[in-house]
Structure formats: C-alpha cells, structure tokens
Ligand binder design. Structure first.
Ligand code: HGY
Ligand code: MN
Ligand code: MN
Length: 420
C-alpha cells in the first residue's frame, strides 16, 4: 500500500527502514550469523551508527551510562516533557534482524520525517535504543530499560559472563563508569508515555491478515537455573543401578517441564534453552548438569502456580536420583498491562491508516516491562512472516514495516498526554 505523508511517499519510509535494518544487521560478532551482545565491540559499532542516524534526524543524541543510545527532538519550546519511543539493539544468538531494531529504526525515521517537515509538537519526542534487553551475556534481561526506569539492581554488576568477566569490569572496559548508572534514570514527570513498536514474533497477525496490531499487555516471565550434582565416574565400570548421573537427571527434568506445559490448556509455555554437562567427556558419567528454564503464561497467578509446581517436581526428581540440587530464580517479570488511554490512541492511529483495529497480548517480553515503572506504556506490533522470531529467518515485508511506521507517525502527531 502506498500513501502520502505530507508529500513524502510513505512506501519510501518503509524502504528506508529496511535499508537500515540491513545495515545494522551487518554489525555482528560473525559474518555468518547475527549476534550482537551487550558491551562488545559490536555493541559499540552499532551504537555509533545509531547515534549518527539520530543526529541526522535532527536529534541531540548521546550514549548513556549503561550503553543505551538516547536522543531528543525538542517540542515547540525547550524542556517540555517527552513522548518516549524505543526498543533494543542487542540480539539473541543467531538472531533475526528485526527483533528490536525495527522499533528503534522506525522511531528515528518518524522523527526524521517530522524534522523534514519542520514540524514541532507541544511535547518533545525522545528515542532510546536499549543496550541489553535479551539478557544473553549476564542472564539478566532488560538492563538498559531498567537503568532508564531507575530500577537497575546494582547487585547484577557482580554477575559474570561465561568467560568470568563481571558486568562491572565489562562496563569499565567499554569506557563506562558503573558508579554512574544512576544518571541514566529518568523521572515520571519527564515522560508522558513510553511507546514501543516491535515485530509481533508470533503468527496471530498473519492469521488475521493484518499488518499491525495493538498490544493489550506484555505477558510476564520467570527464568530459573537448575544445577544438579551427582557423581562423575567411569563410563565402562559403574553399573547403571549405582550411578548418580546428573545429566540423565536433567533430561528427566526437561521432559517433565515439557509435559507440564503441554498438559496445560491455558497457554502455559516452558523452554529449556541452555544445558551444560561436566566434566564433558564421552567416557565420563556427568557429575554435574546445569540448565535454564523460561516459563510464561497469560497471567501472573497462572505462571507463579506453574513455576511452584515445576520446582516441586524438580526437587522430587533430584531426591529420587540422589542428586543435590541448586534451583535459583534468575529473573521474574510480572505481566505489564498497556495503559488503556494509550491503546485507545494507538487504535485511533491504526484505524486512521485504514486498518482493522485488532488487540492482542504479547507473549514475548519487551522493554515496556521495565519502563512501566516510570511511565504508562503502549505497544504496536508488526506482522512477521510465519510468526518466526529468535531465528535468522525472521522477516517483515517492506509494506508492513511501512504500515507500522505510518501508524507510529500518526500516533506521534496526534498524541495527547493522559487526560489531555
Ligand atoms: O525473551 C523475550 O521474550 C524477548 O524477546 N526478549
Ligand atoms: Mn527477542
Ligand atoms: Mn525484542
């Protein structure tokens, strides 16, 4: 679909967004796949590129104390409170190129369009690219948005990555001062709202035949790590009945997680995404096995009940197999409802662009889960092919990127603060 925004062919907006998506996707730890992790050389290169785009769009831009890229487009007068837009620019391992960057690049493109037309609004527009949403390096998600929301937990500075480098050390090597993270925090009075555009990461919009959707709430999630310890031993000499094999214990737990979630008819999902066995040799019975668990459900009560049931079952498996168990909750995010006054304005923008208004919950986590502590939140999601995400074949059609941009631009231009 091609429509005109103040003389600019809006399909050009979509095409420009896709060009930048590809440019950013080239910044990866390997040319063979896309992985961009917090506080790495790729993080730095991506930040530099995004800061350039922000400045070209007429914004004042800087890197904040946690490595977020932050930019501001003043309103009709300086120092007005802002409508904040954003998304993240870190990735999972072997990622798709749209998860995060689509929202960030679209927001910058919308501001560039306002600037091109010399349009100033009765509020400022800020755009933030969050440095770490996925939590790949330190198993602790939403680091960038928590710093902005003022809820950054300083204890995570002591967390270590797989190479033993603490977050404190990594920040320092990156040129940031861990003692200054507090300076990234914003106050409720400075923000009128936080709105994020993101790829849907699921198949619902495709099934509905719609390019965009309005998010009602972001589903909460609990992540845990489990470590089972048994007894390492000789693979040839220890009879099966006498083994305390930590890895087969982990396998039973993993099967149980799948079974528990499959038996639930109300949307409970559980994933074991990482597993590690030690000492890790073909002829040694594993003495230790560690794995992660990610559990999500449409409501907090449902998820918390399921997590408790799952923990009890893991404890029972460990006890029966005479394995010692360390089970830690590494991350707990409650469900974040989008503010009805904002979803109403997003719905108006969707209808204004000629699309059927369709509301859906987001099963994926987003920076809004942290931003809700400092502002009301709203989200627009854009259709992706086959509902595929966290996968290199993640894809958004240019026409859908364009539709998302037009909705966001319309929302910005017609935005009224709460009660306004
Ligand atoms: O894991 C999530 O839901 C998000 O994509 N970080
Ligand atoms: Mn993601
Ligand atoms: Mn994302």
């Amino acid at each position: 679909m091609v429509a005109a925004i103040a003389g600019v062919q809006s399909s050009a907006l979509g095409e420009a967004i896709v060009r930048r998506i590809n440019e950013l996707a080239a910044i990866s730890e390997s040319p063979d796949y896309l992985t961009r992790i917090f506080l790495t050389r790729e993080h730095r290169a991506a930040a530099d590129l995004i800061l350039t785009w922000m400045r070209e769009a007429g914004m004042r831009a800087h890197l904040d104390a946690i490595g977020n890229v932050c930019a501001r487009y003043e309103g009709e007068r300086p120092d007005l409170p802002c409508l904040m837009l954003g998304s993240h620019y870190d990735t999972v391992r072997d990622a798709g190129k749209w998860d995060g960057p689509l929202g960030l690049i679209t927001a910058i493109s919308c501001v560039a369009d306002l600037r091109r037309r010399g349009k100033r609004l009765p509020f400022a527009v800020e755009v933030v690219g969050f440095a770490d949403e996925e939590g790949v390096r330190y198993s602790s998600t939403l680091l960038g948005s928590r710093a902005v929301a003022g809820t950054f937990d300083r204890r995570v500075l002591d967390a270590r990555d797989k190479d033993g480098i603490s977050m404190r050390e990594a920040l320092t090597r990156f040129g940031l001062n861990p003692d200054r993270i507090g300076t990234a925090a914003r106050t409720r009075g400075e923000l009128l709202a936080y709105v994020e555009l993101h790829i849907e990461q699921g198949p619902v919009l495709e099934a509905e035949g719609l390019p965009v959707g309005v998010v009602s709430a972001i589903a909460g999630a609990t992540r845990l790590t489990a470590r089972l310890t048994g007894m390492a031993g000789h693979a040839g000499t220890v009879p099966m009945a006498l083994r305390r094999d930590a890895l087969t214990g982990a396998a039973e737990c993993i099967g149980m997680v799948e079974e528990l979630c499959r038996a639930d008819e109300d949307g409970l999902v559980g994933t074991v995404g990482c597993i590690d066995a030690e000492p890790g040799a073909a002829n040694v019975i594993p003495g230790q096995a560690s794995f992660t668990i990610d559990m999500r459900a449409p409501t907090d009560v449902h998820r918390q009940r399921a997590v408790t049931a799952m923990m009890r079952r893991i404890e029972a498996i460990a006890a029966r197999r005479e394995l010692s168990l360390q089970l830690d909750v590494t991350h707990e995010n409650r469900t974040a409802p989008c503010a009805p006054w904002l979803t109403a304005q997003i719905a108006e923008a969707v209808a204004g662009e000629g699309f059927r208004v369709f509301e859906l919950p987001s099963g994926a986590g987003h920076d809004g889960m942290a931003m809700i502590d400092v502002a009301d939140i709203g989200m627009v999601v854009v259709r992706c092919r086959g509902g595929i995400s966290h996968n290199p074949s993640e894809h958004v059609d240019t026409a859908d990127a364009d539709a998302g941009a037009r909705v966001l631009l319309r929302l910005i231009e017609n935005f009224r603060p709460r009660g306004g």
